[in-house]
Design a protein. Structure first.
Length: 230
């Protein structure tokens, strides 16, 4: 899914969309380097999140014209791993007793929404005949990718409801932006070839990592927060 966005497009000269996609692929590695050098409150999980995502983007940038199955599975495995690491970090900070006591209805609605959206996404992906010898594995990868993103979005929203701080808000906005970026790409690839969707998805992806970096520089509000990743 993510890997298909950056296919090379040559029409005599490299077009603007290619330049934009290259710049997008450089954003996360740049933020990662800046975070490693200048952030004094680094945490292991957030660092791993950035590293996994940055390595996938670099691999993609170095071999962006490849349609190999190996590159597809490698890059998407790194992206999914990055999202899972971020998901685990958020879950570690949640107080489930508070959530069940104060936000039970919201939690039930979120679970229902995640289930519904996952079924919808599966109905879009399943009929597609991908050009690969590993069709079932590709579909499975796509489904896992989408499910992890939906869970990340839901958990980040619960985190914001529980903590209600600027840090948790920026984290939620980042998760919202990155998940919507990926879902817009599904629409771009499989439902519409409107070029504007590609640019919108890229802009949301960049916004997401700007939000992630901004929240990493905020101190935890000890009155409301338990330890949230920095």
């Amino acid at each position: 899914m993510h890997i298909n966005l950056y296919s090379l497009a040559f029409f005599g000269l490299i077009d603007a969309s290619y330049i934009f996609s290259v710049l997008e692929l450089l954003i996360v590695p740049t933020i990662t380097i800046y975070y490693l050098i200048y952030n004094k409150n680094k945490t292991k999980l957030f660092t791993l999140f950035l590293l996994c995502y940055a390595i996938a983007d670099i691999l993609h940038l170095l071999d962006s014209d490849s349609d190999s199955d190996l590159l597809y599975f490698l890059c998407n495995s790194l992206y999914v791993s990055a999202y899972l690491i971020l998901l685990i970090q958020i879950v570690k900070t949640l107080n489930f007793r508070v959530i069940m006591k104060r936000f039970l209805i919201q939690t039930i609605v979120l679970l229902a929404l995640v289930t519904y959206l996952f079924v919808v996404l599966c109905s879009i992906i399943d009929p597609i005949i991908f050009e690969t010898k590993f069709l079932d594995m590709v579909r499975f990868t796509e489904h896992i990718y989408n499910l992890v993103l939906l869970l990340l979005l839901a958990v980040s929203f619960l985190n914001y409801l529980e903590k209600d701080t600027r840090k948790s808000l920026l984290l939620f906005i980042g998760c919202l932006a990155i998940s919507n970026s990926e879902f817009i790409l599904i629409g771009y690839y499989y439902l519409s070839d409107l070029e504007l969707l590609s640019y919108l998805a890229s802009a949301l992806n960049i916004l997401a990592f700007v939000m992630f970096y901004m929240q990493s520089n905020l101190d935890v509000d000890r009155k409301k927060d338990t330890k949230v990743f920095a």
